[in-house]
Design a protein around this ligand. Sequence first.
Ligand SMILES: [Ca+2]
Ligand SMILES: [Ca+2]
Ligand SMILES: [Ca+2]
Length: 181
Amino acid sequence: MVFSSLSPFPTMTPVCDMGKGEVVGVGGKFVFCLTILSLCAETLLCFVELMSLIVSTDRYLKQNWIYFSGSFYYISTTEKSWQDSRIDCWGRGADLIIIGSKEENFQKRVWIGLSDRQIEGRWIWLDGSALRKSFWYPGEPNNDGDREDCAEMKFFNKENSWNDAPCTNKYFWICEKKTGV
Ligand SMILES: [Ca+2]
Ligand SMILES: [Ca+2]
Ligand SMILES: [Ca+2]
């Protein structure tokens, strides 16, 4: 059984024999643990909720999702246009990744959930939020050829990695599903 650090009790510290953040197996899958009984001895409801969380976590990890800091991430193995990437994520109950911190910049050239398709130059995340913290590569976004409205993580070995590209280009992509806890 795989446990996760999706603690519904932020004030309690997850305890794990394997060590928090230990990388297990191929593909850099992060497996976090917690000790259920020490956190959840108090109420049955809590225990039931936590068990369902663990079952869904186990299912995601088996489908090659990665857990990190409150979200699951799925990294595609094929390349698609930005919109087709979204549709794939929807089919997985998720959407393209929304990047809130530099830790969410993955080491792969992928589409991210950011576009200026509605109003040129106004970059909006897929959840409707405006772009605050950004990681554009120097000189980007440049709307090259007046046809670049979707954002990709292009220079993924740099902290400022983003580029705007034509939405019809085909790249790998990352889906993100927040856990809600
Ligand atoms: Ca995110
Ligand atoms: Ca544009
Ligand atoms: Ca560009």
